[in-house]
Design a protein. Structure first.
Lengths: 177, 627
């Protein structure tokens, strides 16, 4: 029995994290492999940054670039499902949001729903918001804006906010230069 | 001494649960987004997509699109590097923020906090403490709670329990953090000899009512620690009560079952002890508690005098140990062939509870059989995290490698299309003479100014009125040929009246016409400006297009070797990491095999002892018990 108890105690002691095991590893003891992974990760982040900018410069030059963003302020009176964007009567984006994405929007994240190119001049942008309004009723609302596209990049924000006095959602389009 | 080892092992200060640690920048203050692109970064950050968030943040920062959030975005960048385990980059960023004298106090506080966290993660506890203590006052309750716990844990790692107690005693924070604080305070109190106070605190954690998995795991850990402490003090009833509170499905379940059996055995309740121990026998034999139960069950039968069952169970233990040793051998073979990593990558690891739950369904194949056991090891987990990161990098680089081919084609196609369209565009541009239009506009402007200055009503006459004025002038010129001839007096009078009527009409319309003329000129100015702008833009585009295409082509050419070089490095590191993981796994499984060998020897020895006793003192009959 004594042997059993000894091995029991030793096994338990070995199976539970020892005090030092939970401590962060001192920097000097990190292996060369860890250091290489760290270095690679930094280089890959830098490379992705450069490629992200290159891709944008190549596909969406500033002279023709237009971006449409979706943001949400509180969202008590409207549970968003999807957003459709049409430019000059042509659908350019139709996005169905996941729970995780909606949570990110509610916390202040802004979703770039469309990045594209438009010629200089006047264009009509229409956005349709689909979801559920108060009392879980299906709700679809559209909002239209005529945009004058100049030579620089143009940014539009489709903002969903609460109109507290009317207990209704409000859909606002804001133009950023 | 052994009981001391047990209690020390059980009373390990509880590090923050994995999901909270991975959220490197919790409680980021609510931000009113003033740059849409900063909001775009937050959209990825809030979804825990830290890599994409960091890439976008770095790109937008270089593009100058985050001006309104310069400091917040730097803090976030440091936090993102921290969450990706890039401690050096994170530290550099926080130190830079702190070195800037214009950094506002609330940003400074957060930078100190994150710097403290980086240093803590690097194991530099004294410097970490200095940084954490420099940060106070303006932190959010969540960050301040984490700061307190980091301070206390750093002190406990340095075995400065009295200071850790001072840090945690009387401290109040959000519920989850408070529970961790109480657990660690309880551990620290036990470590300095204040057993009763420490156990009382652990007991309060052990009785938390919650459905939150993280808190439930902490509750299990507290109950296990209390159970072992009471076992050590020969208080089996109290030990049993605490161990009974541990969930049967959690990571601590088998240790709790084993302890519960020992508590019953200590109270001479061997039949009761059999219940938890036999429950353990259906579980994974790599678990040390399960291994132990194979020896504990026959021991209980022997204590009950049921020698036949004891013999049966010892034989069963020997067979189980041998079978498991053979299965370990198979698994080692599978691991050597590289199949372990594929199985491991399939297991999600969003925190201990996450993978623990999912691994219950892992198939019983040689490569995946011991995943749960291996993933419980810190070194293997960290190594697998690296391997997974390398796998993601490899896919990322492969994607870019494909895109770069398309980019090259795109630049070439664009240049070809430009060259094809150039003659037609040049011809069209040649037909537009904005300079002449500009000159004519200037002349018109001067004429209108003079007319307005001199109130020249005729200058704003319509075409019809202009015809009438010309006709009158001709009539008057004809009449002037006969100055003294009375026969034309009537005609002269009519011409005078007609001119007077026309001038009166022009004068009456002057105000409206001059306003309209000014407005028309303004519209003309705008149109001429547009034409000039477009001409300039067209010329610039025409002249700049080849240069821009060449620059884009050069960027694609420059970046391609970087992608290729990194891909080679990533593949090489991935292979090395894979080998490293296999080595850890094999080493661990070999140790297990050796331990099973030792248990097997113990079982054989116990069996031989029973046989020896039976031979030396043959008994007429051994009481049989139903297992």
């Amino acid at each position: 029995m004594r042997t059993v108890l000894i091995s029991f105690l030793a096994a338990i002691a070995a199976s539970m994290p020892a005090f030092a095991d939970d401590a962060p590893e001192p920097a000097a003891e990190r292996s060369a492999l860890d250091a290489e992974v760290q270095s690679l990760r930094r280089d890959v982040v830098d490379l992705n940054r450069d490629l992200f900018m290159l891709e944008e410069d190549l596909l969406f030059p500033a002279s023709t670039q237009i971006a449409v963003f979706v943001s949400m302020d509180i969202g008590t009176f409207f549970a968003l499902d999807s957003v459709q964007v049409k430019v000059d009567d042509k659908e350019v984006a139709n996005y169905l949001y996941t729970e995780r994405e909606l949570e990110a929007l509610k916390r202040g994240g802004v979703h770039r729903i469309w990045l594209g190119n438009l010629k200089a001049g006047e264009h009509e942008v229409v956005a349709y918001f689909t979801g559920q309004g108060t009392h879980e009723r299906d709700y679809k609302r559209g909002t239209t804006l005529t945009v004058e596209k100049g030579v620089g990049a143009k940014y539009l924000e489709l903002k969903i906010s609460d109109r507290v006095r009317k207990l209704q959602p409000e859909f606002v389009v804001r133009v950023w230069e | 001494m052994l009981r001391r080892i047990l209690i020390l092992a059980a009373l390990t200060p509880c590090a923050f649960a994995a999901p909270v640690v991975e959220e490197a920048v919790p409680g980021l203050p609510a931000v009113k987004v003033q740059d849409l692109h900063y909001g775009d970064v937050l959209f990825y950050f809030y979804q825990h997509d830290h890599f994409d968030a960091l890439v976008r943040l770095a790109a937008y920062r270089d593009q100058g699109r985050l001006a309104a959030h310069a400091r917040d975005s730097e803090l976030l960048r440091g936090g993102l590097y921290l969450s990706l385990g890039q401690h050096r980059e994170a530290q550099e960023i926080f130190e830079r923020i702190l070195a800037d004298a214009s950094t506002p106090p609330e940003v400074r506080d957060r930078a100190w906090f994150y710097l403290g966290k980086v240093l803590y993660a690097a194991g530099v506890f004294e410097e970490s403490e200095r940084a954490l203590r420099s940060s106070s006052g303006t932190l959010s309750p969540e960050l301040d709670a984490e700061r307190h716990l980091l301070l206390a844990q750093g002190l406990m790692y340095r075995q400065q329990y009295d200071r850790a107690i001072a840090e945690l005693e009387g401290w109040q924070g959000p519920r989850l953090w408070l529970a961790y604080g109480q657990f660690n305070l309880g551990v620290a109190l036990v470590r300095v000899g204040q057993r009763e106070r420490g156990l009382a605190l652990l007991d309060s954690v052990g009785q938390i009512v919650t459905e939150w998995p993280e808190l439930a795991a902490l509750r299990d850990k507290a109950n296990l620690a209390i159970g072992y402490a009471h076992l050590q003090a020969s208080e089996p009833a109290a030990a049993r009560a605490a161990l009974d509170r541990v969930r049967l499905s959690g990571p601590q379940a088998s240790k709790a079952l084993l302890g519960a059996g020992w508590a019953d055995a200590a109270a001479k309740q061997y039949e009761a002890a059999l219940l938890p121990w036999e429950e353990l026998q259906g579980r994974n034999l790599l678990d040390s508690a399960v291994q132990e139960s194979y020896l504990a069950v026959p021991y209980a039968y022997a204590e009950l005098g049921a020698m036949a069952q004891a013999v049966n169970y010892y034989e069963k233990a020997i067979a189980a140990y041998d079978a498991e040793r053979s299965r370990i051998g198979e698994s080692i073979g599978a691991i050597r062939s590289g199949r372990l990593l594929d199985a491991a990558l399939k297991a999600e690891r969003d925190g201990r509870e996450g993978w623990f739950g999912q691994l219950a369904d892992v198939p019983d194949s040689p490569e995946s059989r011991y995943l749960y056991h291996l993933l419980a090891g810190h070194e293997f987990q960290e190594g697998l995290k690296n391997y997974r990161a390398l796998e993601a990098m490899s896919k990322n680089l492969s994607g870019w490698s494909d895109s770069l081919g398309a980019f090259t084609d795109m630049v070439e196609t664009r240049q070809t299309a430009f060259e094809m369209r150039l003659p037609a565009a040049d011809a069209r541009l040649a037909t537009v003479d904005v300079a002449t239009i500009n000159g004519r506009r200037d002349e018109l402007h001067a004429r209108l100014e003079t007319a307005i200055a001199e109130r020249d009503v005729e200058a704003l006459a319509t075409e019809e009125e202009r015809g009438q004025l010309d006709m009158l002038a001709e009539v008057e010129a004809e009449l002037a040929l006969y100055p003294g001839d009375a026969a034309y007096d009537d005609a002269r009078e009519k011409a005078r009246l007609a001119r007077g009527a026309l001038l009166w009409k022009l004068d009456a319309a002057w105000k409206v016409r001059s306003w309209r003329a000014n407005r028309a000129l303004r519209d003309l100015n705008a149109s001429v400006y547009d034409a000039r702008t477009r001409e300039t833009a067209s010329s610039r585009a025409r002249e700049g297009a080849p240069e821009r295409n060449a620059a884009l082509g050069a960027r694609v050419t420059q970046v391609s070797p970087r992608v290729a070089t990194l891909a080679v490095r990533v593949d090489s590191a991935k292979s090395a990491q894979g080998r490293h993981l296999a080595d850890i796994a094999i080493e661990e499984l070999e140790a297990q095999r050796q331990r099973l060998d030792e248990y097997s020897v113990q079982a054989r020895y116990a069996l031989a002892t029973i046989y020896d006793r039976a031979t030396a003192n043959p008994a007429p009959a051994t009481p049989q018990r139903t297992p």
